[in-house]
Design a protein around this ligand. Structure first.
Ligand code: FPP
Length: 224
């Protein structure tokens, strides 16, 4: 059986570039190209939901030049790919603290969301400026406010109600989480949603990750 939702922590761009004596940005450029390929591959395989960790809330702590380069890549991806996503029948959405992004990136996100909202194929979610603890805290605040204003009773709070207050409310939990580059951690990614996920860790650095590697992860998933 295919996973209905794959979530990927695309890690290792910086190390990939450093191994080649190139700046980290070089790794991010290659990483963005790989992301595009894997998005298409997942859509063609019939995966219903794909979530990519494109920029974590911790990534804001990186040098300003690297952050601004990642924003440029994102901007470029959104401008260039909007038409392709429509053609591939992919629905695009985002999770994360989008309001912290530069205003033109926010506009580009809104544009791609709007352009692809009628699509019926794979749902592609970019986690941008995303941190799971923060998402959980926001859900707690929303629920606490409802209780305070007597729109909800404490007894009504259960797992389902809680899930409905997360940014991922319209997407099923991931059944497969892939992390590249030999790091075996979740790093503040979809912590609530990963309660029953299968994990697939590989030493391959993200810029070297191919469609064949995706297939290996899918075969491994099917064996479990
Ligand atoms: C990890 O590499 C990657 C990121 C910081 C985020 C992922 C970003 C991309 C793949 C490029 C942008 C993507 C799109 C689709 C526009 P790292 O820098 O943490 O690598 P390291 O652990 O080797 O330092």
């Amino acid at each position: 059986m295919l996973p209905k939702h794959i979530a990927i922590i695309m890690d290792g761009n910086g190390r990939w570039a450093q191994l080649r004596g190139r700046p980290r940005t070089f790794g991010h450029i290659k990483g963005a190209r790989v992301a595009k390929k894997i998005i298409t591959a997942c859509a063609q395989q019939g995966i219903e939901n794909l979530t990519l960790y494109a920029f974590s809330s911790e990534n804001w702590l990186r040098p300003v030049s690297e952050v601004s380069f990642l924003m440029t890549l994102l901007r470029r991806y959104l401008k260039k790919e909007a038409a392709n996503l429509v053609k591939e029948n992919i629905q695009f959405t985002v999770i994360g603290e989008i309001e912290k992004l530069p205003s033109d990136v926010i506009e580009a996100i809104q544009f791609v969301k709007k352009s692809t909202e009628q699509n019926t194929g794979m749902k592609l979610t970019f986690a941008i400026s995303y941190g799971s603890r923060n998402e959980i805290l926001d859900a707690v605040k929303k629920i606490a406010a409802k209780v305070k204003f007597q729109e909800m009773d404490i007894q009504q709070i259960n797992e389902d109600v809680f899930s409905k207050h997360l940014q991922t409310k319209d997407t099923p939990d991931p059944d497969l989480i892939i992390r590249t580059s030999g790091e075996n951690r979740l790093s503040n990614f979809l912590m609530w949603q990963a309660a029953y996920s299968e994990f697939y860790f590989t030493d391959i650095l993200w810029p070297d990750f191919t469609e064949q590697d995706l297939n290996l992860a899918l075969i491994d998933f099917q064996k479990r």
